[in-house]
Design a protein around this ligand. Structure first.
Ligand code: S3P
Length: 187
């Protein structure tokens, strides 16, 4: 995109590993707009890693910081850009309502298997530390946990204005497709 034509934020939602941060950063670059990553902004504001915030304040403490950050980003004084949300942020009804009213929301969907592959053995997501049940391997436990959480969240994710599947896509091809979608729908 030569010149930014964004009047509202483009907000990327979806499960961990769906590409919100990696696609979002490149998309913002291509569109010549700012990139906002709510997890990174929370970490910077609190000078703490997300995992430490969960340890110290629990999930409710983190969710409060997350919904406050979303409210701040939606203020009219904030220059429109591309926003990557944490995987659970769109489950909050107030945040969801606000985002759907004042932003272009795109759900980056992705299959359970590909999410599992992309996340690999990372343990930095406090909600994704699967414990194998008896007779289950760690791989099976992780796949089960991702599948269960994804199923619980999908109905809300699907309330986005657009849905784009990143399964089997590289970051550059996803960015090219999304630029086209945004131009067509929002420019
Ligand atoms: C979470 C996803 C994480 C982070 C936190 C909670 C979730 O972000 O916000 O660990 O509830 O799914 P990513 O989606 O960037 O992994």
């Amino acid at each position: 995109m030569k010149k930014s034509v964004l009047r509202k934020h483009v907000v990327l939602i979806g499960f961990s590993g769906s590409g919100k941060s990696s696609v979002g950063a490149h998309l913002a670059d291509r569109m010549k707009v700012r990139f906002y990553d709510t997890d990174l902004m929370i970490e910077k504001a609190r000078d703490m890693k997300i995992a430490d915030i969960f340890d110290r304040h629990g999930e409710p403490g983190f969710r409060k910081l997350e919904s406050d950050m979303i409210r701040t980003l939606c203020q009219p004084r904030i220059r429109p850009g591309v926003v990557a949300l944490g995987g659970g942020a769109f489950q909050n009804p107030n945040s969801r309502k606000l985002l759907l009213a004042c932003c272009h929301v795109i759900y980056l969907s992705c299959s359970t298997r590909e999410i599992y592959r992309r996340l690999g053995q990372t343990t930095d997501r406090p909600l994704l530390r699967a414990k194998p049940k008896t007779g289950e391997t760690l791989r099976q436990a992780r796949l089960r946990q991702i599948g269960e959480m994804l199923r619980r969240r999908t109905a809300n994710y699907r309330k986005a204005h657009h849905i784009y599947s990143t399964t089997g896509k590289t970051v550059p091809s996803a960015v090219t497709d999304l630029v086209r979608t945004i131009r067509r729908a929002y420019a």
